[in-house]
Write a protein that binds this ligand. Structure first.
Ligand code: NAP
Length: 433
């Protein structure tokens, strides 16, 4: 706060005679109300500058020293409380596993005012330094820094070995361990089994990553389970402070058991990644006529393709519910495909047996892509036993011969220059009546 608006200075200056102070009590009260109202901004940090200006100028022009004193007091107090609170919630956080996600978290935590240190398998000194993180290749050195919170952000597949190599005995006994793995039951069991009973355990899953959370985190889901936090108020405060970081970023905090998380995540997150990877393998491309739906598919590919395959494999291997969901996905695809093909079979059979004057006249396509002239009567295929074109609609009474080994159906008029549905529908001798 600038000296000209310091409450203490103004209090000392207040008794000095001032011509403006001789105004009527009512006018002074009204002016006081104005200044006090103006001193209650919704966001004190954003408006502090303009308010300070307002107070200084009003003090000069209308002699409102007393009023400025009134206004300054709540401001001072607010700032004091804010400072006190941020000091209390400032944490020393150590990140183990400084890959994509570890860095993503670290960046935001530094921005939020936390002290962040990190260690990982690979040397990340430069990346870490650039974001204000102190980096240690040596895990002993890292632990001897005594971070209050240790975040485990290594791959799901490597967590067990990473934890086994971490010299936990060099940490403070009250350390809070937090995991951010995308599966939850596995780390919960592992941490309960491997960590000494003195340390606290908080299992979390921020349901977003560097792609989906590259902007604001407002409304993004953050699952957590306080697996083991000692009753000590200081430890409770620390766990709260850690969760508050996500809360302040705007996350939707969801307290949920790790087991329930895995059940739900298998049918949501794992399926999302699986479909994203399948579509990615198809190498879909944007076109000038994309629909909104297709654009969503492309962004799904974007959101999942950048994650490591280790992460995806971890979602499958370390979630007991994933196999069942994969089976369901496969079954659903088969059902949809069967329904499509079944309609096609029904239509062809309709034409074979009864003809259908409402439908475009189909014709047989040879599997080599050539076709018989539409509507023209073909030469007999039975004689030579070779596949031959034959108009189906006009041949209801004379269905294709058993010798027409492999044929595909294409609506009339689509033959020229258009790729035939080659081998799409294969008619074997068993299809013949
Ligand atoms: P990841 O491939 O799952 O993990 C990469 C990290 O694991 C790196 O720090 C890497 O260390 C470390 N690592 C891999 N194999 C290792 C081994 N054999 N020994 C020691 N360290 C090993 O990719 P990620 O996206 O960074 O994810 C990290 C964790 O965050 C995962 O548990 C994931 O489930 C979770 N998570 C990720 C997201 C996301 O959107 N990406 C979201 C929520 C939670 P080096 O880099 O030093 O080699």
């Amino acid at each position: 706060m600038s000296a000209c608006c310091s409450g203490r200075m103004l209090a000392a200056a207040a008794p000095a005679p001032c011509r403006r102070q001789q105004r009527s009590g009512a006018a002074a009260a009204a002016a006081a109300a104005d200044v006090v109202a103006a001193s209650r901004p919704r966001n004190p940090l954003l408006q502090a500058g303009s308010r300070r200006q307002r107070q200084c100028s009003s003090r000069r022009s209308v002699g409102t020293r007393v009023l400025a004193l009134d206004a300054a007091f709540p401001f001072d107090r607010e700032a004091q409380l804010r400072r006190q609170h941020s000091q209390q919630s400032r944490l020393k956080i150590g990140i183990v596993g400084f890959g994509t996600f570890g860095q993503f978290l670290a960046r935001r935590m530094v921005q939020a005012g936390h002290e962040v240190i990190a260690t990982s398998r690979s040397p990340y000194h430069d990346v870490a330094a650039a974001m204000g993180v102190k980096y240690f290749t040596d895990a002993d050195d890292f632990c001897e820094e005594h971070p209050e919170v240790v975040i485990l952000a290594s791959s799901i597949l490597s967590l067990e070995s990473v934890l086994a190599r971490l010299p936990v005995q060099r940490l403070k006994r009250s350390t809070l361990f937090v995991d951010v793995l995308s599966v939850k039951e596995f780390p919960k069991r592992l941490l309960l089994r491997e960590l000494p009973p003195e340390v606290d355990i908080l299992c979390t899953h921020p349901m977003f990553g560097p792609d989906s959370g590259k902007g604001a985190w407002t409304g993004l889901n953050m699952q957590y389970e306080q697996v083991r936090i000692a009753a000590d108020p200081e430890r409770q405060r620390r766990a709260d402070a850690f969760l508050q970081f996500f809360e302040r970023e705007g996350c939707n905090m969801v307290e949920m058991s790790c087991e329930e998380h895995d059940q739900l995540a298998a049918s949501t997150q794992f399926i999302t990644h699986t479909v994203g990877r399948m579509l990615g393998a198809m190498q879909l491309q944007a076109t000038p006529i994309d629909t909104k739906g297709f654009q969503s598919l492309l962004s799904l590919v974007d959101n999942t393709a950048n994650d490591s395959f280790d992460l995806y494999y971890g979602l499958f291997m370390y979630n007991q519910n994933a196999t069942e969901q994969l089976d369901r996905l496969e079954k659903a695809f088969d059902e949809v495909k069967a329904r499509l093909l079944q309609q096609l079979h029904d239509k062809v059979r309709q034409q074979i047996f009864y003809g259908d004057s409402n439908q475009p006249e189909p014709r047989l396509m040879l599997t080599d892509g050539s076709s018989g002239a539409n509507g023209s009567s073909s030469s007999s295929s039975e004689a030579g036993g070779a596949a031959a074109a034959q108009p189906l609609a006009s041949s209801a009474a004379a269905p294709p011969s058993a010798g027409a080994a492999a044929a595909a159906v294409e609506p009339a008029g689509s033959g020229n220059g258009h790729k035939p549905f080659k081998n799409f529908l294969t008619m074997s001798s068993t299809d013949s009546p």
